[in-house]
Design a protein around this ligand. Structure first.
Ligand code: DAT
Ligand code: MG
Length: 148
C-alpha cells in the first residue's frame, strides 16, 4: 500500500472540477485519507515546488499556485503513486490522452488542473508538508471487493 499526495490547483477549483476529480479517484478504487481546502501561503508553495526553484517557469508557478484556493488530498491504494499519475496524465494538457484528467480538462502546461506526487520520497515529503497532522486511517468495508 502507498499513500500519495494529490492537489486540485487553483484553475481546477475555479472551474468547478473538484467533484469530478474526486469521483475519478474514488471510482478507481483509491481510498480518500486526507482532504483540505486552503489558499497556499508563499512559504508552503515554495517548499512544495523547491525542486523547481531554478527553472524559468518557477516564479509563474508560485504565483499561480498561491493565487487562490486549492484542494489538497491524500489517497491510499496498492501502487497509489503511479495509479494516481496515470489518472492525472502527463504535464502538458494538450499532449495528455483523453480519459486522463489533464487530457480531458487542460490545454496548457502550467494551468494543468492537478498535481500528483511523482515517487515514494516525494509523496512522503509532500504529505508531511500539506498534512502535518497526518492523514485519516480508516478501514473500508469494500476493500475485499477491490483487491483479490
Ligand atoms: P508534473 O506536475 O506533471 O509532475 P513537473 O513536476 O515537471 O510536472 O512540473 C511541476 C509543475 O510546473 C507542472 O505541473 C506545471 C509547471 N511546469 C512544468 N514545466 C513547465 C513549463 N515548461 N512551463 C510552464 N510551467 C511548467
Ligand atoms: Mg512533478
Amino acid at each position: 500500500m502507498q499513500t500519495t499526495f494529490v492537489m486540485v490547483k487553483p484553475d481546477g477549483v475555479q472551474r468547478g472540477l473538484v467533484g469530478d476529480i474526486i469521483k475519478r479517484f474514488e471510482n478507481k478504487g483509491l481510498r480518500l485519507v486526507g482532504l483540505r481546502q486552503l489558499t497556499p501561503s508563499l512559504e508552503l508553495a515554495e517548499k512544495h515546488y523547491a525542486v523547481h526553484s531554478e527553472r524559468p517557469f518557477y516564479p509563474g508557478l508560485i504565483q499561480f499556485i498561491t493565487s487562490g484556493p486549492v484542494v489538497a488530498m491524500a489517497w491510499t491504494g496498492v501502487e497509489a503513486i503511479s495509479v494516481a499519475r496515470n489518472i492525472i496524465g502527463p504535464t502538458n494538457g494538450r499532449e495528455a490522452a483523453p480519459g486522463t484528467i489533464r487530457g480531458d480538462f487542460a490545454m496548457d502546461i502550467g494551468h494543468n488542473i492537478i498535481h500528483g506526487s511523482d515517487g515514494e520520497d516525494t509523496a512522503e515529503f509532500e504529505l508531511g508538508l500539506w498534512f502535518p497532522e497526518g492523514v485519516v486511517e480508516w478501514i473500508r468495508d469494500a476493500e475485499s471487493q477491490i483487491y483479490e
